[in-house]
Ligand binder design. Structure first.
Ligand SMILES: NC(=O)c1ccc[n+]([C@@H]2O[C@H](COP(=O)([O-])OP(=O)(O)OC[C@H]3O[C@@H](n4cnc5c(N)ncnc54)[C@H](OP(=O)(O)O)[C@@H]3O)[C@@H](O)[C@H]2O)c1
Length: 330
């Protein structure tokens, strides 16, 4: 089969697109013929070696997949050959990745694709959708009628958080770096979308929400806690999930005297049961049209190195080139 893999961590040029054996599903694994996958920032951190993770060699890059079940391991019970499935959390913790024509994946990480939902859409919302759900529902327990703020409303995670928060019945403030992206945020359902390059974000938030924000989801890799804590409502919550190297100052006094709370998480620590609960609601929202993954572009497997470079420039280099996910078709 064709696969995009590395023998050693390093720059995007280390990615080889070549032939590897089709994996044989063992035990509770399922062999999926991959129709679509997508790039997440973590793919680039693992490929570069910025996150030191135990890797099979060769290591096929990528976490997400959508496709069709072709074969079952001897103990696999959840699916049948021919079922359309999506999943995430591959290529992590020693598991093989997904940028290949076939992937052998444990059935506990796979979910049915609802009728009428494309493989591209299912792949594009997998890691980012599960991430958004874990932060909003499992951890911060966002309630209908609450007010949420998130930076980067057209980003991979941001666009999922905006739409899920609206589906839950919350009001949403978000930001983006161009007027076109600001308009896209409104189309996703944001009640207030602010251009963070041309407007005073704090002033606009204060004007819109004089009593403060109930839940602040921070996607920035360098959070500004002084500003955020000031904009939180009493008993406000904050979600942190980016910026491994960030060590910003934290305003302890203003935080605790407002009874605020802070949640931090990495999606790959979530159990298969927690991720399956996320997938069940994501499937309902995908089928109902409340969740529409933002796909920036679709590339062939041969362009995996270019896709990594683009994701890195946009997320880490903050070029803002992307406005959604890069989907890759094996
Ligand atoms: N903890 C976890 O489990 C987990 C899971 C997924 C992702 N992450 C991390 O979360 C971060 C975001 O991931 P992603 O996939 O959403 O990346 P992404 O698609 O590149 O989105 C990044 C967003 O940040 C916005 N942004 C950049 N600079 C900004 C600024 N100064 N003010 C406001 N917004 C700004 C961008 O807006 P414009 O494009 O409009 O400039 C863009 O929407 C990454 O660091 C990733 O590693 C963590």
């Amino acid at each position: 089969m064709k696969a995009a893999y590395i023998n050693e961590p390093g720059p995007p040029e280390n990615i080889i697109v070549g032939d590897l054996p089709v994996p044989e599903p063992t035990s509770t694994q399922v062999l999926v013929q991959v129709a679509a996958t997508d790039v997440n920032p973590i793919d680039t951190y693992i490929r570069s070696g910025a996150i030191a993770m135990q890797l099979p060699r060769p290591y096929i890059v990528g976490c997400d997949l959508a496709g069709t079940v072709k074969k079952l391991g001897a103990d696999a019970r959840r699916f049948r050959a021919g079922d359309r499935v999506w999943g995430s959390n591959q290529g992590l913790m020693g598991r093989q990745g997904t940028f290949a024509e076939y992937a052998a994946v444990d059935e506990s990480w796979l979910y049915p694709i609802p009728a009428g939902v494309s493989d591209e859409a299912a792949a594009a919302c997998s890691l980012v959708g599960i991430t958004a759900y874990l932060g909003l529902v499992r951890d911060a327990k966002l309630q209908s009628g609450e007010l949420l703020f998130i930076n980067g409303g057209t980003g991979g995670v941001g666009s999922m958080v905006v739409q899920m928060a609206r589906a839950i019945g919350a009001r949403v403030i978000t930001t983006a770096g161009t007027d076109d992206k600001v308009a896209a945020c409104r189309e996703l359902g944001a009640d207030l979308a602010i251009n963070y390059k041309t407007e005073d974000v704090a002033a606009r938030v204060k004007e819109f929400a004089p009593k403060g924000v109930n839940l602040w989801w921070e996607t920035l890799r360098e959070p500004n806690f002084d500003q955020t804590v000031e904009l939180l409502a009493p008993r406000g919550r904050m979600v942190l999930m980016a910026g491994r190297d960030a060590r910003p100052p934290f305003p302890v006094g203003p935080f605790y005297v407002k009874d605020c709370r802070l949640f931090g998480f990495a999606m790959f620590n979530a159990t298969p049961e927690q991720q399956r609960a996320a997938a069940a609601d994501i499937n309902l929202w995908l089928a109902g049209g409340q969740l529409k993954p933002r796909i920036d572009r679709v590339l062939p497997l041969a362009e995996t190195a270019a896709a990594h470079r683009l994701q890195e420039e946009s997320t880490v280099g903050r070029s803002g080139t992307l406005a959604g996910k890069i989907v890759v078709r094996p």
